[in-house]
Design a protein around this ligand. Structure first.
Ligand code: TYD
Length: 140
């Protein structure tokens, strides 16, 4: 299965313009405990470079665009986030990097947990070791 999994949001727009509503456990497949947004990102700045042990996220580009790289330790895939009508699902134990932010990019992120630095894996070698353990632990 592709690492790039989208949630398509129902569009509630009419002749006046567009509207999208996000609801926990409905349009967004978890209880939303935290929302943050990234904007005014400097030119040639890349962000992310971490994975989360438990946290799940959905990233939505409300304006502009950026390029997201996702890596599960075996496969690396990338995609552009460039429209507010769909959200990119980022499961736990996925290394993510964000590149090529346009000057007007506003990236909204919905998170399943409160901020907790202990949930971060910020070293790629540590991530690879942990993801191999996760994927290769016998189920018994
Ligand atoms: P950082 O993890 O470096 O952002 P990114 O992975 O998108 O490049 O976060 C920048 C700073 O903000 C860092 O000091 C942690 C802090 N932070 C919070 O306090 N709460 C949050 O919800 C997030 C996402 C970051």
């Amino acid at each position: 299965m592709s690492l790039v999994q989208w949630v398509d949001f129902p569009h509630l727009g009419d002749e006046r313009g567009s509207l999208i509503a996000l609801e926990a456990n409905k349009t967004v497949p978890f209880e939303i405990k935290r929302v943050y947004y990234i904007y005014h990102t400097g030119q040639n700045v890349s962000r992310g470079y971490h994975a989360h042990k438990d946290l799940k996220q959905v990233a939505i580009c409300l304006a502009g665009r950026c390029r997201m790289v996702l890596d599960d330790g075996d496969t690396r895939e990338e995609t552009w986030l460039d429209r507010p009508t769909k959200g990119l699902q980022i499961e736990s134990m996925i290394w993510r990097e964000m590149h090529d932010f346009s000057g007007d990019c506003v990236l909204l992120v919905l998170a399943s947990e409160h901020y907790d630095e202990r949930d971060y894996i910020r070293n790629y070698e540590d991530f690879l070791k942990l993801s191999r353990n996760v994927h290769h632990t016998p189920s018994r």
